[in-house]
Design a protein around this ligand. Sequence first.
Ligand SMILES: Cc1cc2nc3c(=O)[nH]c(=O)nc-3n(C[C@H](O)[C@H](O)[C@H](O)COP(=O)(O)OP(=O)(O)OC[C@H]3O[C@@H](n4cnc5c(N)ncnc54)[C@H](O)[C@@H]3O)c2cc1C
Length: 325
Amino acid sequence: MRSGGIGDAVRTAPERVLRTGLLALSHRRVVGRIATGMPLTRPFVDRFVAGQTLVEALPRLRRLADAGFRTTVDLLGESVTHADAASAAADRYLETLEALAAGSLDRNVSLKLSQMGMAIDPALARANLERIVARASSLDAFVRIDMEDSSTVDATLALHRDLWASHNNVGVVIQSALRRSTADVDALITEGVRVRLCKGAYKEPASVAFPTKPEVDDSFAILMERLLGEGAYPAFATHDERLIRRAIAIARRDHVTADRFEFQMLYGVRRDLQDRLLAAGYTVRLYVPFGREWYPYFMRRLAERPANVAFLVRSVLRERRGDSA
Ligand SMILES: Cc1cc2nc3c(=O)[nH]c(=O)nc-3n(C[C@H](O)[C@H](O)[C@H](O)COP(=O)(O)OP(=O)(O)OC[C@H]3O[C@@H](n4cnc5c(N)ncnc54)[C@H](O)[C@@H]3O)c2cc1C
């Protein structure tokens, strides 16, 4: 399953070609290895990725905290193919949690089960996740399990439910693009689980997902209203101003105070909107990725907005000319 499925219905033909090409490139490990070694891409990557190492990421997290943002930290890397790599990724999450606690930073991380070894052995992924969630519990930290493509939803929710029996500091993500999500949201509300609602970043068949952007947006609005009414501190992860305005209107209408939900956005995306929401008194949590394996994540951000590619080209050309901006 490939990332970046929704929205094609409202794009121009050249945009669709560019988007498809970028998403295809995001899966090419060889291209990724070359790109990660190219210093010229660094300034633009920096906009979306908070550093290649924890040491680089920590001061950026501090700056965001000082500005009033909440954060969730994502250690870049997905779909590991060796058990050692999965355990090493879990170790790095533990190290990150310790550093966040030691630095009095927001103790909140987001992770992918494929990075924990789910595709190799679900028991391995469970063991890795449990190590992280247990340590997070003792540090009073929260762990969000990102949602990957539709083929992984059942296993992800089952693993979450398993841990939820003994830990209440772990939440999940629901994608409005999926037809099944109404039932999943209802079940999670009943269980009192913290849900992050997003549109969904994966290309899915119409049998399981709404094929057009308006349908995905409508589904988001319906699920959002449901979560605002009865959810346990839901998070609305979108840069879509129309949906954000809608959330605010529903909350006002139903007297849901601003401390009962939060907005989440990606580091470096729509910083103007992030600032405005913060200034208006809403909780804004930024999803802050760091790590050397930035290539697939970065390519997905380019694919989401073709104008980003033009921005990248301009920055690279400027740098080659020796300009400083
Ligand atoms: C905090 C967070 C966590 C997420 N977690 C998951 C997850 O676990 N699983 C999953 O499948 N997906 C996840 N996503 C991705 C999500 O599903 C969407 O693919 C992505 O957020 C784009 O959708 P949108 O809601 O912003 O709406 P869109 O309709 O795609 O975009 C709305 C507007 O936002 C702006 N925008 C969007 N993307 C960019 C960009 N890259 N650069 C510049 N402007 C942009 C544009 O102005 C655009 O018009 C997450 C997103 C966020 C913000």
